[in-house]
Design a protein around this ligand. Structure first.
Ligand SMILES: [Zn+2]
Length: 409
């Protein structure tokens, strides 16, 4: 086996040298810590030397602040996958696979504080300038058409959001339906569904393996096209739906349809923490958070701000990150040798490697970047069924040719 195959078979993260973390004192100072790149920040905060949390007094308030992403102990691959998906939407999202209670949902919800800036519609109906470019002036509501004619903006920069698709969501919730309060304009007679609200945002689907089939189909169509059309009688309207899909599932509760599995770029197995010291630290942080969320959030504020800035910087750098032919050919060798059919494998592998290079503040992908992301981009891509099927076809053909040769001879 070549090095790169070994990299795909084993989790790179586990064999990697434990990163050196900053001293506890450094993390406790108020001034933002100095890092060279996002990658370095992640290494430091998720390193095995865990910075202790300062003592936390109970706040006595019920607050719903997300647990700080950088306070999550261990789970380096999960964190890295989520950050790569934020840096480069072309990675194709993330699927987190693991039992209950391993922090999957906590990690996804904690992304809220790290989300980058995206253009956001100023209108209730979600009209975007792109609607006019693709569908003409009638594709937006009359108010927006007027604004556009007057040269006023239809969208402004805003922080991306985390939109959750609840398990009991109906098809109508997801794609939208007739708004009884009605006006004459198609867009205004249809309610925006969750898939449109998720445009340019992160769409989180917990227990994605338990979703209703019609909802999964709508999700797949929107994810494939970046838009979807709702038709209700004579009404029809097309909505943008360009989201970063993050799903989580517990395989004990059911499997995932191959079509939707293929749709997820990065795949991470989330195991419980094994190191007793890490488990104890995780317990302490969760207890401190339950006691006084605001205090724990404040403790990680400087790193959180820094991480958000670094993510934005990596996103801005991404368009300049090149994939040299020599590196690309190694990646193609890898998928070929592993007998992976889906073209999405290479897309995810290369786009994740580009995001990783950008997170490391480099404008060229190296073979080492492929090695870091290979496991998460390529695992669960090989179809045992297809392989057996092709082998069976092959032997059938051989048999057929042999019989043909015999008869002809
Ligand atoms: Zn509008």
């Amino acid at each position: 086996m070549t090095w790169i195959e070994t990299a795909a078979m084993t989790s790179v993260m586990e064999t990697e040298e434990a990163p050196t973390s900053a001293s506890a004192e450094q993390l406790q100072t108020e001034a933002p810590p100095q890092v060279r790149s996002l990658r370095e920040l992640i290494d430091r905060v998720t390193g095995r030397r865990i910075p202790p949390l300062r003592e936390v007094e109970p706040s006595g308030l019920a607050e719903s602040l997300p647990f700080p992403f950088l306070a999550i102990v261990g789970q380096r691959e999960m964190k890295l996958a989520l950050l790569l998906a934020l840096i480069n939407p072309a990675v194709g999202g993330v699927l987190l696979i693991g039992p209950r209670g391993t922090g999957k949902t906590t990690a996804v919800r904690s992304l809220v504080d790290l989300l980058p800036s995206v253009p956001r519609s100023l209108c209730y109906y979600g009209c975007m300038p792109e609607d006019i470019e693709t569908g003409g002036i009638d594709a937006v509501c009359p108010d927006c058409a007027k604004k556009y004619a007057e040269g006023q903006p239809l969208a402004k920069p805003d922080r991306a959001r985390l939109v959750e698709l609840p398990l009991n969501a109906t098809l109508e919730d997801v794609i939208g339906g007739i708004d009884e309060r009605a006006s004459n304009h198609a867009r205004m007679r249809l309610k925006r569904g969750l898939l449109n609200q998720a445009d340019k945002n992160v769409l989180y689907v917990d227990e994605v393996n338990l979703l209703q089939d019609d909802v999964v189909d709508a999700l797949l169509d929107a994810a494939a096209q970046g838009s979807y059309t709702v038709r209700r009688g004579p009404l029809s309207a097309t909505y943008w739906s360009r989201f970063t899909l993050v799903g989580s599932m517990n395989p004990e509760e059911g499997s995932l349809r191959p079509q939707i599995m293929d749709r997820f770029g990065l795949r991470v197995f989330v195991h419980g923490l094994e190191d007793p010291q890490e488990r104890l630290e995780a317990y302490r942080r969760v207890q401190a958070y339950l006691l006084n969320p605001r205090r724990v959030v404040a403790e990680y504020l400087a790193e959180t701000e820094l991480a958000r800035t670094e993510i934005q910087a990596a996103r801005n750098l991404l368009s300049e990150v090149r994939l040299p032919d020599t590196v690309a050919s190694k990646g193609l060798q890898l998928t070929h040798r592993l007998k992976i059919d889906s073209l999405r494998a290479e897309i995810t592998l290369f786009e994740a490697a580009r995001a990783y290079a950008a997170a490391d503040a480099r404008s060229e992908v190296q073979v080492e970047d492929l090695a870091v992301v290979a496991a998460m981009a390529l695992r669960l891509r090989r179809s045992g069924f297809m392989q057996a099927y092709f082998e069976q076809q092959h032997s059938e053909e051989q048999e057929l040719n042999a019989v043909l040769a015999e008869i002809a001879g």
